[in-house]
Design a binder for this molecule. Sequence first.
Ligand SMILES: [Zn+2]
Length: 286
Amino acid sequence: MSANVETVSAPSASDPDGEVVSEVKADGDLLSGWDILRVRAPNPGLLTLTGTNTWVVGRGPAWVVDPGPLIETHLERVCAAIDDRGGLGGVVLTHDHEDHCEAVPELLARYPAPLAGGRGEVDVQLREGVRVGPFDPVATPGHSIDHFALISHGACFTGDAVLGEGSVFIAPHPGAMSNYMLALTRLRRREDFNVLCPGHGPVVWDADGKLDEYVSHRLERERKLVDALEGGLRTEGELLDAVWPEVPKQMRPLASVTLAAHLDKLENEGVLPAGVQRPMLEGFDR
Ligand SMILES: [Zn+2]
């Protein structure tokens, strides 16, 4: 690798142009080494980062992971990629949140093909160990109950279980946090992929490093939470201040959601003290 290439692959956070160059290079490497094309939807936001990543995988036919939001320009780019690659073999969803699946009906109206997902009205119900097209699904509940990671072509499509940057929120449902941490650990132990293609953010070339980082991040939050509880803190506000001090105000409701999942885990393990205020999450999409 030339010095020049190394420079562009490691942009500083304050250099948005460098980041774009790096992303273009990453996309080129993915295409040449893995035959995977990323089409990023123009739906940037707090949760979607620079936009939802739609992945077009293989050819003759191609498969699509997470068609993304229903935005005509995005759909056209996905369709062009499908045409380019000899048609559509099928669509697979990492999970059914709208920013990942809204375009499904429109895409399948244009290219009739089976839809696979973890729940809802799908043609193929994803199950661990049962291949779908070129993908080996791995249950990764946590961000949502129906979440799967998909392994194919030496890459792992991680949806919102692992993002290209930052961390994800964990939706409280029975066993959410412990199952999520178990899923991360199980992914980490696999040896059939070396690159992560996340639902949002940049491609992750150091898959093992990122999975290690995610596991230790969750353990670190848990340790801080246990410390805060041992120190006598009991209200939601106190716990958020102690455990998520760096989270900006607009992201605090999502920190509450993850706090609830951490508290559930401690309760299930029988180590949650009495009198802890639990976040109210009525109507939250799990
Ligand atoms: Zn998402």
